[in-house]
Design a protein around this ligand. Structure first.
Ligand SMILES: Nc1ncnc2c1ncn2[C@@H]1O[C@H](COP(=O)(O)OP(=O)(O)O)[C@@H](O)[C@H]1O
Ligand SMILES: [Mg+2]
Length: 354
C-alpha cells in the first residue's frame, strides 16, 4: 500500500482579476508521505498559502490533480467529492495560523469545544475529549482563560488543541510560529514534533524560515514565484543544495554568513600568504573532521587552521561545516584537496593567497 497521504500532480492556481492574471502556483507536483514533517519554504508571495488552501480543500485549483488520503479530491479544475465527503475530508485536516484565529469572547475550553460542535459526541465524552486535548498541548490548567489572558505560545497551543479536535491525520501549519519569539517558537516546534511521533500525525510546515525546516522537518520543498524549484530530504537539501535560492535559505539557517563576515576581517585572511588557501568544508554522515585534518599533515605536510566549525544533527545524521586555512607547498595543497574530496568532504576554495 502506498504511503503517500497527499499527492499533488501538476497543480496550477491562477487568479483572474480585472486587468491582471496572477499565476500564484505553477505546475507544482509534491508527494507527502504519512508521518512526514514536510516543510514548504519560500519568501512572501511565493504561493505557499495558496497551495495550502488547495490541500486544505478550500480552493479549487485551476488545473492538476490532488489526492488526499487515497481519494481524488480535485482533478482538472473540478471537485471530485460530494459536499458531504468534502466536509468529512476537511475535518481530517487540521490547520494552524500565524495569528492563532481564536475567538476572543470564548475561553480556551470553549474554543476547543467549538470545533467539536458537529462531532456527535455526548456531553460527557465531549468534556473528556476537550480536557484530554488541553492536557496534550500542556494547557490543562488554562481551560478557563480567555485568549487575552494567554501568552502567544499558549494561544497557539489552544489553536493546536482545536485543530486536533476531530482527530485529523494531517496538520497544516501556515507560519504558525512567525509571531512568536525564538524560545516560544522552539517550544511549539517541539510540541508539533511530539504530536507527529505520538499520534503519527503528518505535518505540513509552511514557513519562510529555513531554521524551522532544519529543526523539525524530514523533507522540504522550496518555492519561488509559484514554482517548486527544489525538493528532497532535509539531509540532501542541506548537504547538497542545487538552486541559488535554496543556498540562500540554508545560509540563513547555518549562521555561516555571519561567521564569514568575521572570518574575512581576520588578519590571517586579509593577508593570506601565498602558500595558503581559505576553504569551506562540508560533510554529512560518517566523515569526521579531526582525523582527516591530522592526515593532511601526516601525508601531505599541509596544516589546517580551523577558523569556524559547526556540526548539527539533521534527521539523525551529523552534518558539519568548517572554514579552514590550509597551508603547504603548492603540490601538497593540491594533493590535500584531492584527499579531502576523496574522503567525501565537499571543499570550496573561498580565497587563495596572492
Ligand atoms: N485570492 C487571490 N486573488 C488574487 N491573487 C491572490 C489571491 N491569493 C493570493 N494571491 C496572489 O498569489 C500570490 C501568492 O500568494 P500567497 O500564496 O499568499 O504567497 P505566500 O503564502 O507564499 O506568501 C501573491 O502574488 C498573491 O498576491
Ligand atoms: Mg502565506
Amino acid at each position: 500500500m502506498s504511503n503517500v497521504i497527499i499527492n499533488l500532480e501538476n497543480i496550477d492556481i491562477t487568479f483572474y482579476q480585472k486587468k491582471r492574471v496572477i499565476e500564484a502556483v505553477k505546475n507544482v507536483s509534491v508527494q507527502i508521505n504519512k508521518g512526514d514533517i514536510y516543510g514548504i519554504v519560500g519568501y512572501s508571495g511565493a504561493g505557499k498559502s495558496t497551495l495550502v488552501r488547495v490541500i486544505n480543500l478550500l480552493q479549487v485549483p485551476t488545473a492538476g490533480k490532488i489526492t488526499v488520503g487515497g481519494d481524488v479530491t480535485y482533478a482538472d479544475g473540478q471537485v471530485k467529492l460530494s459536499s458531504g465527503q468534502l466536509r468529512q475530508k476537511r475535518q481530517k485536516i487540521g490547520m494552524i495560523f500565524q495569528h492563532f484565529n481564536l475567538m476572543a469572547q470564548k475561553t480556551a475550553y470553549e474554543n476547543v469545544a467549538f470545533a467539536l460542535r458537529h462531532s456527535g459526541l455526548g456531553k460527557e465524552d465531549k468534556d473528556q475529549k476537550i480536557r484530554q486535548l488541553l492536557e496534550l498541548v500542556g494547557l490543562a490548567n488554562r481551560a478557563d482563560n480567555y485568549p487575552s489572558q494567554l501568552s502567544g505560545g499558549q494561544k497557539q497551543r489552544v489553536a493546536i488543541a482545536r485543530a486536533l479536535a476531530n482527530d485529523p491525520e494531517i496538520l497544516i501549519s501556515d507560519e504558525s510560529t512567525s509571531a512568536l519569539d525564538p524560545k516560544t517558537t522552539k517550544q511549539i516546534l517541539a510540541l508539533l514534533q511530539d504530536l507527529n511521533k505520538k499520534l503519527g500525525l503528518t505535518v505540513v510546515m509552511i514557513t519562510h524560515e529555513m531554521q524551522i525546516v532544519k529543526d523539525i522537518c524530514n523533507r522540504v520543498a522550496v518555492m519561488q514565484n509559484g514554482l517548486l524549484i527544489e525538493e528532497g530530504s532535509v539531509l540532501d537539501i542541506f548537504s547538497n543544495p542545487k538552486e541559488e535560492l535554496t543556498k540562500e535559505f540554508i545560509k540563513t539557517a547555518t549562521g555561516i554568513d555571519e561567521a564569514l563576515v568575521k572570518i574575512e576581517q581576520q588578519d590571517l585572511v586579509q593577508n593570506l600568504p601565498k602558500n595558503a588557501i581559505l576553504a569551506q568544508l562540508k560533510y554529512a554522515g560518517t566523515s569526521t573532521d579531526e582525523p582527516i585534518l591530522n592526515e593532511l599533515y601526516k601525508n601531505h605536510q599541509v596544516t589546517a587552521n580551523i577558523l569556524y566549525g559547526n556540526i548539527e544533527i539533521l534527521d539523525n545524521t551529523p552534518v558539519g561545516e568548517m572554514v579552514v586555512v590550509l597551508t603547504g607547498q603548492v603540490d601538497d595543497l593540491v594533493a590535500a584537496q584531492t584527499a579531502i574530496s576523496e574522503a567525501g568532504i565537499e571543499l570550496t576554495v573561498l580565497k587563495r593567497g596572492v
